[in-house]
Write a protein that binds this ligand. Structure first.
Ligand SMILES: [Zn+2]
Ligand SMILES: [Zn+2]
Length: 117
């Protein structure tokens, strides 16, 4: 299977366990480009409809409420999900997606489009 269009894997920062095999269509940006909130660069938000299997499983275990995401391999904390409270971006413009990874806990391919500028 050719995988030319892959942007690369997202890995656990600590143990390099692969968390997401392809960021394309998996991450989502949070707010408008002009938004200066730290939410934009400190977290990687995932598209709800396209969650990887291991995350979906966690979410289902918690019955779509809230919980934490840990690396399946080294158990370090990687992020959270919260389908309950509908947190807003610091600027107040948009509701944040419920599932996110903490940017500093994961290795993100540098080919991602301008997400962290
Ligand atoms: Zn790990
Ligand atoms: Zn914002």
């Amino acid at each position: 299977m050719p995988n030319d269009r892959r942007t690369g894997n997202v890995k656990c920062h600590k143990c390099r366990h692969i968390l997401l095999e392809d960021m394309n269509g998996t991450y989502t940006s949070v707010c408008s480009k002009s938004c200066a909130s730290n939410n934009n660069k400190n977290f990687v938000y995932l598209v709800e409809d396209n969650l990887p299997a291991w995350i979906k499983q966690k979410v289902e275990e918690e019955q779509w409420t809230k919980g934490k995401l840990h690396c399946e391999s080294c158990k370090s904390k990687l992020g959270s999900f919260d389908f309950v409270s509908g947190r807003k971006c610091d600027c107040g413009d948009s509701v944040l997606p419920p599932v996110y990874l903490v940017t500093s806990q994961v290795d993100i391919p540098i080919s991602l489009p301008n997400l962290y500028k």
